[in-house]
Design a binder for this molecule. Structure first.
Ligand code: SF4
Length: 214
């Protein structure tokens, strides 16, 4: 079996409850969305066809227990759920970062899914596949990237009406880097007693915001 891979690298996890932990990233090629603030457009252009064997060998070389499958949009490729299952069989802890527009139904329940719900300023507001809510478990995580007050209002309404059964610890609000101040978002969340977590993109705080492979 094969997949189109943009890059595989080893760094620190930057935007979930796993933030700060050493992690291997398998970035798959291709994306079906065009978010206004996208910071990984290269994932749509760079691609190397790799067999599962090649991917597993490269992954093993980093000697790390945590792997994140990301993109682009990793669920655009039919073989991605199979790769996730194989990584779990190899005893990795596996995270999947997805933009929320593709069904997560066939993803192994042992994988922790980090699912985006796109807000208005992304220009992809209607991309979230609503039925995905039925396939999320309490260990999965949901992320809203906030670029404006309109986005914040969208997220608060969505959390109130559709995510009330999820733990606040697993719902992330993340400010668009360089577009909205984290202090502004923090103030709104405190004022509203919002049941969610403020998440900063740690890798953009540590390294240059445009640096790749981190
Ligand atoms: S879903 Fe992710 S990779 Fe695709 S355009 Fe949006 S931010 Fe970029």
């Amino acid at each position: 079996m094969q997949l189109d891979i943009c890059e595989i690298f080893y760094s620190l996890q930057g935007e979930s409850t796993f933030t700060g932990l050493p992690c291997i990233f398998i970035r798959l090629s291709g994306c079906n969305l065009n978010c206004a603030w996208c910071d990984t457009r290269y994932a749509g252009m760079e691609s190397t066809r790799m067999t599962f064997d090649q991917i597993l060998k490269k992954t093993a070389s980093y000697q790390c227990h945590l792997v994140e499958v990301t993109g682009g949009e990793p669920l655009l490729q039919d073989n991605t759920p199979e790769l996730i299952s194989m990584l779990l069989e190899e005893n990795y802890q596996v995270l999947l970062e997805t933009n929320g527009s593709r069904s997560i139904k066939d993803v192994d329940s042992g994988c922790i899914k980090i699912v985006d719900i796109k807000c208005p300023s992304s220009n992809e507001q209607n991309s979230f596949l609503l039925e995905n809510i039925n396939f999320l478990t309490q260990k999965d995580e949901i992320k809203f990237v906030i670029g404006s007050q309109k986005d914040y209002k969208f997220a608060t309404s969505f959390i109130k009406h559709k995510l009330s059964k999820f733990s606040a610890a697993n719902i992330h609000l993340s400010p668009v880097f360089g577009q909205i101040r984290s202090a502004t978002l923090a103030a709104w969340m405190i004022e509203d007693h919002l049941p969610a977590r403020l998440s900063l993109q740690q890798h953009k705080v540590i390294w240059h915001p445009d640096k790749r492979g981190v």
